[in-house]
Design a protein around this ligand. Structure first.
Ligand SMILES: Cc1cc2nc3c(=O)[nH]c(=O)nc-3n(C[C@H](O)[C@H](O)[C@H](O)COP(=O)(O)OP(=O)(O)OC[C@H]3O[C@@H](n4cnc5c(N)ncnc54)[C@H](O)[C@@H]3O)c2cc1C
Length: 456
């Protein structure tokens, strides 16, 4: 008997513009769904960013589903989130992740970006694994796209035609402009310098060994101040990646790009006369001090047009303060992998892309807005937003804050099935009920229960 989906599914020839975290992820998801994928990258990865990237359970779950060899990313599995007093370094709020894997099924990984990227690239391109290995063409910078016929034009003069084009070309996306979005963005009120510290160097100098905590650690971030130090251990704890925030009025790096000449350490230290001397000691031996441009983007009204869609930072660039940028790119990739798999894709690319937009845009937009709030109030950050009994706790809107339950309790398969059922005018019947992918009756830390909302 012919299976019910066989009349519609067809193998697509997919073009992915951008070979970063999101581009590699979507190549993995789509090759596994049976499609032929070519990734076009403007660079050759020689300048990949040397900083940490966190991958919470909502990202890690897809790495496992895609059979990515996570050990190759040499992650640190996080055990705690610690917020420390700016001057003394004493813990103000500690969110334990001891039961994290038990609750959410997956660990919270902290990767070094180059290792994470290499791990994903291998999974996308290698012979081993489900589906046809993706192809990677470097030095292919997208210049234009014919959105109706699926033809990409590159600055090197070449062209390529595809059935589906995924714009995974990051924060400065060309595809975003091509699909008609001219983002409203403004420079953030805070600036950021990033530096790397080798744990071995710190230990040799008798400084505290923060790698022992396996924790994402924050100094400051309370009381509406922009000053904040974020420490993330990566490379199995051998490298400490520091994000150092301060008011833009004290140093404006808005127009500087990553990868230019390193800034002098004195420029970094000058921002922090009152900072806890232990972490100050670490910063003073920091290497590769680079500015990280911070722009606040308003949410986009759409992320797909014609045969193209946006993914990751191209579609919803966000401030770093929820550590969810990479996870949102991975979730986007997962959504495309499901929507174009043999159980869901019925042959109409436009229809599948419109479901992609319906599923992804509200969720990514909520995280985007929560990331902007967490910039000056750490209590808005997932994890700390559950620590309501600490004396400095306050959030802008208790009912609207972003919670770990919504991030990690989310079931994308259920969300997609819910949307599909609604589009077909059917009711979504499950033993367990879901609303936008979140289990109905799940209790959120603000005391409310997720309820079912009737929609036409
Ligand atoms: C220093 C730093 C630290 C970060 N830390 C974290 C963190 O802790 N947690 C987290 O979740 N997120 C973090 N992020 C954000 C995270 O890296 C991004 O959200 C994530 O990489 C998004 O993936 P992406 O594929 O959309 O973009 P990217 O990974 O930036 O990839 C975009 C790719 O597209 C290519 N490209 C651009 N234009 C074109 C074009 N016209 N044609 C072809 N190719 C093009 C680029 O060269 C690049 O390879 C960090 C980002 C930076 C820079």
């Amino acid at each position: 008997m012919t299976p019910p989906h066989a009349y519609g599914w067809r193998r697509l020839n997919v073009g992915v513009v951008g070979g970063g975290i999101g581009g590699m992820s979507v190549a993995i998801a789509l090759r596994r769904a049976g499609h032929e994928v070519t990734i076009y990258e403007r660079n050759d990865f020689a300048g990949e960013v040397g900083a940490s990237v966190s991958c919470a359970a909502n990202g890690t779950r897809w790495l496992h589903e895609w059979e990515v060899d996570v050990a190759k990313g040499d992650p640190v599995v996080l055990r705690k989130l610690i917020n420390r007093d700016w001057k003394t370094g004493e813990p103000v709020s500690v969110y334990s992740l001891d039961d994290y894997e038990e609750r959410w099924g997956y660990v919270y990984n902290m990767f070094h970006r180059q290792y994470m990227h290499a791990m994903l690239k291998e999974s996308a391109l290698e012979e081993k694994g489900k589906g046809t290995p993706a192809k990677l063409l470097v030095h292919h910078q997208c210049k234009d796209i014919d959105l109706v016929n699926g033809v990409i034009t590159f600055t090197n003069g070449e062209t390529a035609q595809h059935d589906l084009i995924v714009g995974a070309d990051g924060i400065g996306s060309a595809v975003r402009n091509i699909i008609g979005l001219n983002p409203e963005k403004r420079p953030s009120e805070s600036s950021c310098l990033h530096t790397n510290v080798l744990t071995a160097d710190a230990v040799r100098l008798g400084l505290v060994d923060y790698s022992q905590n396996s924790a994402l650690e924050y100094w400051g971030g309370q009381e509406g101040k922009w000053d904040k130090i974020v420490l993330s251990p990566c490379n199995g704890g051998r490298l400490l990646s520091y994000y150092c925030f301060f008011p833009r009025s004290q140093g404006d790096y808005t127009n500087q790009t990553w990868g230019t000449e390193d800034r002098p350490v004195e420029e970094l230290l000058a921002q922090y006369p009152e900072l806890d001397r232990q972490v100050f000691g670490h910063l003073s031996i920091g290497k590769e001090i680079q500015p990280w441009r911070l722009w606040v983007h308003e949410p986009y009204p759409y992320i797909t047009r014609g045969l193209a869609c946006l993914l990751g930072d191209a579609g919803h660039p966000m401030m770093p303060h929820q550590s969810q940028g990479a996870c949102m790119a991975i979730e986007d990739a997962a959504a495309l992998g499901i929507l174009f798999d043999k159980d869901h894709f019925m042959g109409d690319v436009n229809e599948s892309l419109s479901i992609y937009q319906e599923v992804r845009l509200p969720r990514a937009t909520k995280v985007q807005s929560a990331a902007a709030k967490a910039a000056y109030n750490i209590n808005e950050r997932i994890g700390f937003s559950s620590n309501t009994d600490n004396k400095l706790y306050n959030v802008e809107d208790e009912k609207g804050k972003l919670t770990i339950e919504e991030m990690n309790g989310y079931d994308m398969y259920k969300h997609i099935d819910e949307v599909l059922a609604r589009r077909k005018g059917q009711s979504f019947k499950e033993k367990e009920k879901f609303q936008d992918g979140i289990p109905v009756d799940l209790k959120l830390p603000n005391g409310t229960l997720v309820v079912e909302v009737a929609r036409l």
